[in-house]
Design a protein around this ligand. Structure first.
Ligand code: ZN
Length: 511
């Protein structure tokens, strides 16, 4: 990873020069580098993360349009964003002020209200409530600030008025207000434009112009504005709500890759125009799609969705999060049974290791080795450095998980080996480090209350069997040993694998 700053990058100046709207390059913010590099679509490369306040950053993510239940495509997007937020907070010590916009006024919500003979606001409330329950079940932290379009109509109207006043938008014949892309030469800075040609409908001046206000249509809800009745366009909502809570500049702006164009392009254009600044969002974070094997992107229109409760009836939230951690956030993740089984195996490997580390330390007749500067501690330090470098490089969690697995494999050679040397200190430090990293990634690594009761029951059975088996071994009682084997096999049939050793017996769920 090069730390040489690209020559094409200029420093961001908040003082507007003569032609602010022509700036298509990514402008490096002034301030404090946090040591991380993040991919930015404007620069088309990784760029250093620089914050004006060394320990505080603003973060906005586009939330859902609440007209239907969320599916696992949403789950993968928001879990991956949650992981990145947690990394910024816990590895880089950034106090992140997070906000999410909820689109609760929209064509689809209004149509659903009409179809179900329900007020559209009730439709929006129902699905927003369901959305937060789904996010909670995936252990996604709730944003500190939630902005709803219905609660920010005034901010949106002021934003539109500002664009009209500066001549960057115009009122069209149908009562809608359009952003005039011909007056913003930097349009296309997030995604290169293929064709800006002739307008595709009669009311727009230019093909790429987009509605910041939709003129009123019969039977639709509307709000009164100075230029006419109507309702907000989709893109303007986020710009106006972000400006309301964060002002004229934003550190991180996140969402799914499908939002890069036109949604985020339009947000950047109208926000630069409104605030008369050359760069509004300093860091764009786009999460790759989730695909179902053999099919395209998961979406409602393709009718190939899996709901979040359905997902969690087959796999735990930790397993899904592990699948997300094992893939790079920017790239497409293909959802299938192999992906989930593999994630489950990896998760169980970590859990089993953590159990075994405790057993190793607490049940060992050998003497502790005083040599703490051995290869284990050196290995741990190398892994810590490698992982921090991986996270600095565009949040490479997949490499982190691989290096943690290698650390587990190396340490298992000691735990499971026949060596008479006993290394409780490095083994515990390694277990503690692995627990710490996985927890900081948002894995719970815990069982539910019901599971705790079941675990206690299994512990009791396994301990009792161990006592009986030890006695049978010393008295060479074949009948009793055989009974112990039957218990072991029966437990295995319900996915509880018992591992015998001379001192103790341990067990693990073997899914
Ligand atoms: Zn948005």
């Amino acid at each position: 990873m090069s730390k040489i700053l690209p020559t094409c990058v200029r420093r961001l100046s908040h003082v507007c020069t003569l032609k602010p709207y022509k700036e298509t390059r990514w402008l490096m913010p002034n301030g404090n580098p946090i040591g991380a590099y993040i991919y930015n679509c404007v620069a088309n490369q990784k760029v250093p993360v620089i914050l004006s306040d060394p320990h505080v950053a603003t973060w906005y993510a586009c939330g859902p349009t609440v007209y239907d239940s969320a599916h696992i495509g949403h789950a993968s997007c928001y879990v991956k964003l949650d992981i990145i937020q947690r990394i910024l907070k816990t590895f880089f010590n950034i106090k992140l002020v997070t906000a999410m916009g909820i689109t609760d006024i929209d064509d689809k919500i209004i149509k659903k209200g009409i179809d179900t003979k329900t007020n559209f606001t009730a439709v929006a409330k129902q699905y927003e409530h369901e959305f937060w329950l789904d996010m909670s079940s995936l252990n996604i932290e709730k944003p500190l600030i939630i902005t709803r379009v219905s609660e920010h109509i005034n901010s949106i109207e002021s934003f539109v008025q500002g664009l009209l006043d500066s001549g960057m938008a115009y009122v069209a014949g149908d009562g809608s207000v359009y952003f005039d892309t011909s007056k913003f030469p930097a349009y296309g800075k997030l995604q290169k434009m293929q064709d800006s040609g002739e307008p595709s409908d009669e009311v727009k001046k230019n093909k790429m112009d987009f509605a910041v206000w939709k003129g009123h249509k019969p039977d639709e809800p509307f709000w009164g504005a100075l230029w006419g009745n109507g309702r907000p366009g989709w893109h303007i909502e986020c710009s106006a709500m972000v400006s309301k809570v964060f002002g004229s500049q934003l550190d991180f702006h996140a969402g799914g890759i499908d939002l890069q164009f036109p949604h985020h392009e339009n947000e950047e254009a109208q926000s630069c125009a409104f605030h008369k600044t050359r760069q509004w969002a300093n860091y764009w974070i786009h999460v790759g799609h989730l695909h179902v094997k053999g099919e395209a992107k998961m979406s409602k229109s393709l009718k190939n969705t899996i709901s979040i409760p359905d997902l969690l009836s087959s796999y735990s939230a930790d397993t899904f999060r592990m699948a997300c951690l094992m893939s790079r956030y920017r790239y497409t993740m293909v959802y299938n049974e192999d992906l989930m089984k593999n994630a489950e195996v990896v998760l169980n490997k970590f859990k089993y290791f953590l159990q075994q580390a405790v057993v190793y330390v607490n049940n060992n007749d050998n003497k502790a080795s005083g040599d703490y500067k051995d290869k284990m501690l050196e290995n741990l330090q190398n892994v810590e450095e490698f992982n921090f470098d991986a996270l600095k490089s565009d949040f490479d969690t997949a490499s982190c998980i691989n290096s943690l697995l290698n650390l587990v494999n190396d340490t298992n050679k000691v735990i499971k080996g026949d060596s008479k040397d006993y290394y409780p200190v490095p083994v515990m430090l390694i277990a503690e480090y692995i627990t710490s990293v996985l927890s900081r990634f948002g894995l719970k690594l815990q069982e539910s209350q019901d599971s705790n009761v079941m675990n206690s029951l299994i512990d009791t059975v396994v301990e009792f069997r161990h006592t009986v088996r030890s006695s049978a071994l010393s008295s060479k009682d074949k009948e009793l040993l055989s009974a112990c084997d039957i218990v072991r096999d029966k437990m295995k049939s319900i996915k509880v694998q018992i591992n015998d050793s001379n001192k103790t017996a341990s067990w693990v769920f073997n899914k």
